[in-house]
Design a protein around this ligand. Structure first.
Ligand code: SAM
Length: 223
């Protein structure tokens, strides 16, 4: 009998954002694959869940995949989480899921938080469409990335880290014309905020508030 691979979304900041089903699955699974045992350990201890944690990150080798697939084929129930949000969305998981599907193993989703949908839900952007581009490339392809962002006719959403957010505003100011930019920062956390305006207004706001340059960011550009 084949096992089950459960892809479990976890909070993007606020530990209360766990679904009842996610809690049950993490309790029931034979083991939980996670990026960082300290991060997931903190979540599990908050909910008094005593699960065995196995490291699975973006560098997981072919051998690690083989072992997990072997366990699944032997009937094990394995849960996969990432540090925050939904695995496979700019996070590890895609390779394991695709290999499990090839092996005809049941893969189930335990949906929950993701920064992309959380940001879109409070962006106040009309229409029901968006394009999600994941992370801004660090070096190669950066210029092309921003040129593409400026050309879309529907809202574009991407992730950016605290280290490069100001650089990204500079790059956007070189390509955007009349678009509106929405910056969703520290979602679900104490300092959650949404800053909306032209790229010049948004850039000025963050220049004037250097303490707000820290944290996690989702950027939305609307035509
Ligand atoms: N899998 C995650 C998801 O479903 O949202 C995304 C993981 S990705 C490695 C991390 C990036 O997501 C951060 O650099 C940031 O751009 C975005 N992010 C994660 N948590 C966030 C939060 N609380 N507020 C704003 N952006 C967040």
């Amino acid at each position: 009998m084949k096992g089950i691979l459960s892809i479990v979304a976890t909070p993007i900041g606020n530990l209360e954002d766990m679904t009842l089903r996610a809690l049950r699955i993490l309790k029931e699974a034979d083991y939980v694959l996670c990026e960082d045992t300290r991060v997931t350990g903190k979540l599990l201890s908050h909910y008094e869940i005593d699960a065995s944690l196995v490291r699975y990150d973006a560098h997981a080798s072919a051998h690690v995949h083989e072992e997990i697939l072997r366990d699944l084929k032997e009937g094990k129930h394995i849960a996969l989480v990432s540090d925050a949000g939904t695995p496979g969305v700019s996070d590890p998981g895609v390779l394991l899921v695709s290999q499990a599907l090839v092996e005809d193993i049941k893969v189930e989703t335990i949906p929950g938080p993701s920064a992309v949908t959380a940001a879109f839900s409070i962006a106040g952007v009309s229409g029901n469409q968006f394009v999600f581009l994941g992370f801004v490339p660090h070096k190669k392809g950066r210029q092309t990335f921003f040129e593409r962002v400026a050309e879309y006719e529907i809202p574009v959403i991407f992730y950016e880290s605290t280290h490069r957010i100001m650089k990204t505003f500079t790059s956007l100011s070189e390509v955007l014309t009349s678009q509106t930019v929405i910056v969703a920062r520290e979602l679900t956390k104490l300092h959650e905020e949404v800053v909306k305006g032209s790229i010049e207004e948004v850039e000025l706001y963050f220049k004037e508030h250097p303490d707000h340059q820290k944290g996690e960011f989702v950027v939305i550009v609307t035509p």
